[in-house]
Write a protein that binds this ligand. Structure first.
Ligand code: HEM
Length: 419
């Protein structure tokens, strides 16, 4: 017999609480109800919230949840774009996801690492720089990396314009008011430009290298054998460009970690240790708070009734800080990854489950690789000081970033003898 005893968050609507409590919204209620599942109301709609490993396993069961109409409209119109892979289900999703995953070969990952190193070198080339804002520098570096890696033909001067436009898409997505509209204008502009590019590639007016995303996506055929609409290709190209630039957020937190946990620096002696540090950055610091899906059809799980169509959120940040998974979750401790068993459901900063048949982030390996090169560069490639600044960030603000965005000064290249 089923019971519908999902704990209920009382009140008309809790959207404002999400804005006030940020990354702790689900955790706070999970603690209050002493339950890893509860129901609340957001944007006028009933929503089930889940947190924890078992709950992630449930959430990523394709028989139970779908993604159609799961993302709020304002997020689709800014962050994701309409008609992209995030909102697809079943074989249509698998086919489209394969288009993304086919880019993630060993060679292409090696290449993006090389581009990242070159672009950081370019950014810090020349004379000693007085003061550099790490976040702004990372956005410039990663925009160049993204444009090169995807094969977008651009002159240097045009590349600069893309920095702000791509940043707008993730910095202002959740905003209400003028910033949200600015993000929508940036998306329209970027999609329009990319759509034209795809049409030019198809008409062979532009030559692009075959292994690049621009070529691959332009000529990708759906499961019926048809080319994708050029507007959809534009959305999917932005699904590569935007998040590569968004890695700037993790770059900023990585450099903050160097400031806040200097004892960890001397441990960064080999690639494995560098990777553990990066994994801990992705676990410890806030980025994506939660992800969303809808119940595919009525089902019962652990005696709880899930109704068809019910919007369901999985707490990514909370699962990464779940004390039943992570010992002392609020301690920055990269060594913990020495004994991590690699479950696809307990460490989920970029979603969980499978890459190919699920909605786990297509760019997780790229993210780790770019951060590994970047951390190594900041530790062994350059030396710098931290001027006085406000390093604080608020866990109640989505997206969270250090107030100063992290400034470094007196930047100089490490000589061969010093490294
Ligand atoms: C900046 C660090 C990143 C974070 C925090 C992040 C986070 C996420 C999250 C939370 C999801 C949704 C997972 C779900 O709903 O189950 C996602 C999906 C996705 N991400 Fe990322 N991501 C990052 C970087 C990247 C990069 C670098 C790329 C591409 C190069 C990328 C491409 C995608 C795509 C295409 C999807 C949709 C996958 C699908 O629906 O099947 N992401 N990401």
């Amino acid at each position: 017999m089923s019971k519908n005893n999902i704990p209920q968050d009382k009140g008309l609507d809790h959207t404002l609480q999400v804005l006030k409590e940020g990354y702790h919204f689900i955790m706070n209620r999970s603690d209050k109800f002493d339950s890893r599942i509860f129901e609340t109301r957001l944007l006028g709609e009933k929503v089930i919230c889940l947190t924890g490993e078992e709950q992630a396993k449930l959430f990523y069961d394709n028989e139970k949840f779908i993604r159609k109409d799961a993302a709020p409209g304002r997020i689709q119109k800014t962050l994701f774009g309409e008609g992209g892979v995030q909102g697809l289900d079943g074989s249509e999703h698998h086919h489209r996801k394969a288009m993304f995953m086919s880019l993630m070969t060993k060679e292409r990952l090696q290449e993006i690492k090389a581009f990242t190193y070159e672009e950081w070198n370019e950014e810090f080339s020349g004379m000693i720089q007085k003061e550099v804002n790490v976040y702004e520098a990372a956005k410039r570096v990663l925009t160049h990396v993204a444009l090169r890696w995807t094969g977008i033909p651009l002159e240097q001067s045009q590349a600069e314009k893309w920095v702000d436009e791509l940043s707008d898409l993730f910095e202002n997505a959740a905003d209400i008011g003028p910033k949200h509209w600015k993000a929508r204008r940036s998306r329209a502009k970027a999609e329009g430009w990319l759509k034209k590019l795809v049409e030019n590639v198809r008409d062979q007016r532009i030559d692009v290298e075959e292994e690049r995303a621009v070529y691959q996506f332009s000529w990708h055929r759906d499961s019926q054998g048809n080319l994708l609409d050029s507007g959809i290709v534009a959305v999917e190209l932005l699904n590569l460009l935007r998040p590569i630039v968004a890695i700037s957020v993790y770059v900023d937190f990585t450099v903050l970690a160097l400031h806040d946990f200097p004892d960890e620096i001397r441990k960064l002696k080999d690639e494995e240790k560098v990777k553990q540090f990066i994994q801990e950055v992705r676990r410890y610091y806030p980025f994506f708070p939660f992800t969303s899906a809808r119940v595919k059809r009525d089902f019962i799980w652990n005696d709880y009734t899930f109704k068809e169509g019910r919007l369901t959120l999985l707490d990514l940040y909370g699962t990464n800080h779940d004390p039943s998974i992570w010992k002392n979750p609020n301690q920055f401790y990269p060594n913990r990854f020495e004994s991590w068993h690699g479950s696809p459901f307990d460490f989920i900063p970029q979603g969980g489950g499978e890459f190919d048949i699920g909605h786990r982030c297509a760019g997780e390996w790229i993210t780790i690789d770019i951060l590994k090169v970047t951390l190594d560069y900041f530790v062994h490639g350059i030396q710098f000081d931290f001027p006085a600044q406000n390093f604080n960030y608020s866990i109640n603000e989505i997206p969270a970033l250090p107030k100063s965005r992290i400034s470094i000064s007196n930047v100089r290249h490490t000589s061969k003898e010093e490294s």
